[in-house]
Design a protein around this ligand. Structure first.
Ligand SMILES: Cc1ncc(COP(=O)(O)O)c(C=O)c1O
Length: 339
């Protein structure tokens, strides 16, 4: 073994090391039901090691977007968190309204008006066995942090588009796991890494029968040559919030503008995309992220350019979340920064 022998750290050494390990994190506020309050020092934003969220993945999470002091689509995300928690058999004492309030209170102490929001519901700390029976108290954690580009994109995806690759060595999740937004994201991470190895970006998962499923943390959408916006059913994939908003906007605004002729959720064979059937393909997630795919496994999608549907949807999603376009009033919750 090289380096100094580890020794037992004092409380003040732990604190000073926690602080020196953290540079500028952009983590603005964290709520921990375990501690019963909000933390604003990033060095102290910690989760207990014996929380089953950490070592068993027995926790679920979700997100939303903080935009100009309002929480965008928190209610929709919270419905999915509660659905995930029930499938993961996490018993907890909170109503949807109470969970929303905890997120809003955390945002109120975050000192930023625009940011990313992530929160977890877990069976809580209690030991290292697989059984949640040893965990006396379910936990809710929430963090508000500066917005970051998904997947570390260094270019503007709407200007450049992305290349994608079919993921062949990383297996798809079984349906139960794929439909829970759980802390078991190892296969999602490996999907992304394999995609990058193959010259892609986020990766496209295709099932054993050849049907397109989803990407590592994004849903997949196509526009066919007859103008149909088509996305796979939610059977064995995540119930994406962004793709549902995309379908809403497509079946109202885009239909009216003549950019699409219909909107359907139906299975799509990957082999259909390599023919002339598909004009546009894009990935979407995280409320406002939309990535036009201009080539897949080295073959151009459509004419290899970013298409008008992807362009218009990006404008609409951004306009709604960030630009003051009306949207649905229930999708916006004002943060109180006063108290
Ligand atoms: C596996 C997977 N599919 C799809 C999505 C897109 O979901 P959303 O639009 O709600 O962000 C995500 C988002 O986290 C995901 O993890």
């Amino acid at each position: 073994m090289t380096g100094p022998t580890p020794y037992v750290l004092s409380e003040s050494e732990v604190l000073s090391r926690l602080r020196s390990k953290r540079g500028e994190t952009g983590y603005r506020a964290m709520f921990s039901s375990w501690l019963g309050g909000i933390i604003t020092d990033p060095a102290l934003m910690q989760i207990p090691l014996d929380d089953h969220l950490v070592h068993r993945g027995h926790g679920v999470f979700d997100t939303c977007t903080l935009s100009d002091g309002r929480l965008y689509r928190l209610g929709v995300h919270m419905d999915r968190l509660l659905h995930s928690a029930s499938l993961a058999r996490i018993e907890h004492p909170w109503s949807k309204e109470e969970l929303i309030q905890m997120v809003a209170d955390t945002a109120g102490k975050a000192d930023i008006r625009d940011g990313a929001v992530r929160y977890w519901l877990s069976v809580g700390p209690g030991g290292f066995s697989p059984s949640p029976q040893e965990c006396p108290e379910a936990c809710f954690y929430c963090v508000i942090f500066d917005p970051i580009p998904l997947g570390g994109a260094h270019s503007d995806p709407l200007t450049d588009g992305i290349s994608e690759a079919t993921v062949r060595d990383t297996p798809m999740k079984p349906t139960l796991l794929a439909t829970i937004k759980s802390n078991n994201y190892l296969l999602n991470v490996l999907t992304h890494m394999e995609a990058v190895d193959r010259g892609g970006t986020f990766g496209i998962l295709v099932d054993d029968d050849g049907y397109v499923a989803e990407s590592c943390v994004l849903n997949v959408v196509f526009v066919t040559e007859n103008g149909t916006l088509r996305t796979p059913p939610f059977d064995g994939i995540l119930f994406g919030t962004t793709v549902r908003r995309v379908m809403d906007l497509a079946s109202t605004v885009l239909l009216e503008e003549g950019l699409v002729s219909s909107v359907v959720q139906s299975p799509i064979l990957a082999s259909e995309v390599s023919g002339d059937l598909v004009k546009e393909m894009f990935l979407c997630g995280g409320d406002t992220h939309l990535y036009p795919v201009i080539s897949w496994d080295g073959t151009a999608v459509g004419d290899g350019q970013i298409g008008p549907v992807a362009e218009r949807l990006t404008e609409l999603l951004d306009g709604e979340a960030f630009g003051g376009a009306p949207g649905d009033p229930v999708d916006f919750i004002d943060v109180n920064y006063e108290h």
